[in-house]
Design a protein around this ligand. Structure first.
Ligand code: 6PG
Length: 259
C-alpha cells in the first residue's frame, strides 16, 4: 500500500499508466482534490493559468461537489472546458454543462470568461463543433494543424468502452485534424454529441480516467490488459503527458497487474 497525505491506495503495475486503486471512496475523492490542486498550482506558476476539460456522466459528480468546497484554489486563473456535450439546451437534465454548473461552477468564485461551454442552442451541431474548436484554438493561441496542451483532461469510461463522446466503431476515432467534432452515437446513447477528439486528448499534460463500481470492472480490465483493444478508451495514449486510472476497488476487482 502506498500512503500519501493519509490516503491509502494500491498501485497496479501497467506500463505507461498509473493505475491507482482506492479502498475508501473518500480517499479516492481526496486524492483527486490533491491532484487537482497540485496540477493547478504548478500550471499557474509555470504558465499563469490552469486549463482543465471535464467530462459529464455520473462518476465525477461527487468529485465536482467536493472540489467546489476545496479551499484556496486558483479559480481566477483556472479555465474550464467541456470534454464533450450532449446537444441539448443547458437547462436539459442530460446536459453535461448543466451538471457541471450545478455541482461545481455555480458554487465557486470563477470568472464567467473562464468557463468555456459548448454552444448547444440556436445552432447546428456541426457549426457548434466548429465554433468550439475555434474557441479552443483562440484560447491556446494556436493555428490550424496545431494541437492544444490541456493541463488536465478528466475522462469517464462507459461500459461499452467509450470515453468522451468517442463511441465504439465511430468514424470520430479516426479524426486526426479537428480538435472537436459533432457525432451521432448509435444504440442506447441518445442525443447528438459534440466532443473533443483523440488528438486533443492525447496531447494533454495529464489525463485522468475515473471509474467506479463493479459495473466497470470488465471494461477496465479490457482497456488495461488487451494488447490491441479497439475500444475508444484504449486509444487514449498521451504523447508526452501522464495517464492515470483512478479506480475504486470494485472497478479494479478484475485486475491482477500480471496480465
Ligand atoms: C458523457 C461523458 C461520458 C461518460 C461515460 C461514463 O457525456 O456521458 O462524457 O464519456 O464519461 O459515459 O459515464 P458514467 O460516469 O455515468 O458511468
Amino acid at each position: 500500500m502506498v500512503d500519501i497525505m493519509n490516503q491509502t491506495y494500491s498501485i497496479v503495475p501497467y506500463p505507461g499508466k498509473e493505475v491507482l486503486v482506492f479502498n475508501q471512496p473518500e480517499h479516492l475523492l481526496d486524492f483527486l482534490i490533491h491532484t487537482w490542486r497540485t496540477l493547478a498550482e504548478e500550471a499557474v506558476a509555470d504558465r499563469g493559468f490552469f486549463s482543465a476539460a471535464l467530462s459529464g456522466g455520473s462518476t465525477p459528480v461527487k468529485f465536482y461537489r467536493k472540489l467546489a468546497h476545496a479551499e484556496s484554489l486558483p479559480w481566477d486563473k483556472t479555465h474550464i472546458f467541456m470534454v464533450d456535450e450532449r446537444f441539448v439546451p443547458f437547462d436539459h437534465r442530460d446536459s453535461n454543462y448543466c451538471m457541471i454548473n450545478e455541482t461545481l461552477l455555480s458554487n465557486i468564485n470563477i470568472p464567467s470568461q473562464n468557463i468555456h461551454p459548448v454552444v448547444t442552442s440556436d445552432i447546428r451541431a456541426e457549426d457548434s463543433a466548429a465554433g468550439y474548436e475555434k474557441k479552443i484554438m483562440s484560447f491556446f493561441h494556436i493555428t490550424e494543424g496545431e494541437v492544444p496542451v490541456f493541463d488536465l483532461i478528466l475522462l469517464g469510461i462507459g461500459e461499452d468502452g467509450h470515453t468522451a463522446s468517442l463511441f465504439p466503431e465511430s468514424d470520430v476515432l479516426k479524426e486526426s485534424l479537428h480538435l472537436a467534432v459533432n457525432t451521432a452515437p448509435s444504440g442506447s446513447h441518445s442525443h447528438e454529441r459534440i466532443t473533443i477528439t483523440l488528438p486533443a486528448i492525447n496531447n494533454a499534460g495529464n489525463i485522468l480516467f475515473i471509474a467506479t463500481g463493479g459495473g466497470k470492472a470488465h471494461i477496465v480490465r479490457e482497456i488495461l490488459t488487451s494488447r490491441n483493444s479497439t475500444l475508444p478508451a484504449a486509444f487514449v495514449s498521451p504523447l508526452r503527458g501522464r495517464l492515470y486510472f483512478i479506480l475504486d476497488k470494485e472497478a479494479a476487482s478484475l485486475l491482477t497487474g500480471k496480465e
